[in-house]
Design a binder for this molecule. Sequence first.
Ligand SMILES: [Mn+2]
Length: 362
Amino acid sequence: MLTERTRERFEIFAKFVRRKSAAGRWLVLTHDNPDPDSIAAAAGLAKLLRRAFRRQATIAYGGIIGRAENQEMVKVLGARLSHVRHLNWSHYKHFALVDAQPSTGNNQLNDLLPDIVFDHHPIRRLTRKVAFTDIRTDYGATATIVAEYLAAAGWDLTKKEATAFLYAVRSETQDFAREFSLPDKALFDELLPQADLKALARIMQPRLPLSYFRNLHEALENLQAVGSLVVSQLGELDQPDIVPEIADLMLRLEGKTWSMCSGIHGGRIYVSIRTTNSRADAGNLMRRLLGRRGKGGGHGMMAGGWIDYQGTRGSDPRALQQYLAQRLASILKRKANKLLPLLMSPPSTISDDSGTAEGGGA
Ligand SMILES: [Mn+2]
């Protein structure tokens, strides 16, 4: 679909990347531990820069592509994605950031201000200094914005790209159960007949490593709840993006309207929050929860972030994880000391819950 808004923005974008000074190599960067939306948006923008504007563009990411679904999606897409550790940053003259913004702590640009940002998260102050931005908080997926730009440039998606973009929109909106706009649905309708449904099935039902089941097992063992809030905590992880996946799964528990999952990776505690309340501001709540030592953000119904646990009192990540869960309960006006195991009995006795409830401290 090609909206009037995109037609207008595309003209400005085209002028911007056609300038003489926009020659030279471009780096298109996803957020860390990229999700399907970020990967599809990056692939789309790189195609746009290469095909429509004859610019050299490299796609890069930080962290890991952990989920089996996302690994399969990259395979289907056939796009080359470089890890930032293999990059020589001085090779690149221009930088574009997709599905993320500067200073949010979820990408490898750090203090470097990009030339271009495409995103659908609420705009951050530093983003206003970026030369070209297209931030649409009403869109369910950044990939949808980029797909409209490709349409404006007259470039169709290949079958592989259509499959990847279709999966991006489906996974980002949880099959339209979460925030989405009419353009997201229009893109979905347009791509469905073009997509490779066998490849899509391979993406959506991939083979899973044993570590996935180990993480799931641990998450279930550590399931706790108070009122309509359900939480769980994972220990040291190979792939941090199991954290949002578990948060999504927990939110499906009957009677629950808020979920939170945390897990440990690379000296950080990763946290994901989900809610079924469409009027909530999960991103803001996440920043309140993590405080100044953490970084986080998100949309209304979903948020992610991390906090360094090294240097915190006792540097015990497990205590900090329990503290964060109890703090979230307090913020949501649930009784933190009533946060109790759901499936397993606690190691000591159930009645002995008040001791840990007031403890902790970040
Ligand atoms: Mn996104």
